[in-house]
Design a protein around this ligand. Structure first.
Ligand code: GRF
Length: 192
């Protein structure tokens, strides 16, 4: 894995709403970070998040293909755009071992739970059902094992008695918007 130095070109994979992408773009502009979002790829062409990329004149592609074709094309775009950090932000597809191995740069993801709890889907519903006091979100490195790579940053959100998965998801999302850009800072400055 190459050490991250100088100006870091960040690629983001999304599948939908893209609110984390929006916050990453906003934060990097406002704080004049050593990283910039240079490429956005969605595996869904109707992904709302693509609009933020367009608005900010960031190179963007929708690749609606089966996984092997998606990965091949996405990999070419990552190379062409000299990406040296890939952020998954609401990207609803599990990347293959081969893709992860071939990327000679770091890949990170944001997951809406206090990992190692609740890997996979329906995290808020599972946390409420289990009677947990806290839910939260984790930014972690992506490895071939789903939601299991080393933690970068984690944030806790209190679960209220009246919470339903949707109400909890809204508060966790707000926390995600704060934590994801900070985690990118951490990765790009080699603090962890
Ligand atoms: C977030 O809750 C993130 O943790 C999960 O998917 C959601 C994406 O939201 N992986 P958005 O597309 O960034 O708004």
């Amino acid at each position: 894995m190459k050490k991250l130095t100088g100006n870091i070109n960040v690629g983001v994979f999304i599948s939908g709403r893209g609110s984390n992408l929006k916050e990453l773009i906003k934060y990097s502009k406002k704080n004049n970070t050593n990283w910039k979002i240079k490429l956005v790829i969605s595996n869904k062409k109707e992904a709302k998040g693509l609009a933020y990329a367009k608005k900010n004149k960031i190179t963007n592609y929708a690749i609606e293909r089966k996984k092997p074709q998606f990965e091949k094309r996405a990999f070419d775009y990552l190379k062409k755009n000299k990406i040296n950090l890939l952020c998954l932000a609401g990207f609803m597809r599990i990347l293959s071992k081969e893709f992860i191995r071939n990327c000679k740069f770091k890949i990170i993801n944001i997951h809406p739970s206090l990992l190692p709890k609740y890997k996979g889907l329906n995290t808020h519903e599972r946390a409420i059902k289990a009677g947990d006091k806290y839910a939260g979100s984790t930014v972690h490195y992506v490895t071939a094992k789903l939601d299991s790579g080393k933690k970068i940053l984690q944030t806790k959100v209190k679960i209220l008695k009246k919470d339903k998965p949707n109400s909890l998801a809204k508060r966790v999302l707000k926390a995600e918007h704060l934590i994801y850009p900070k985690a990118v800072d951490v990765v790009c400055n080699k603090i962890v």
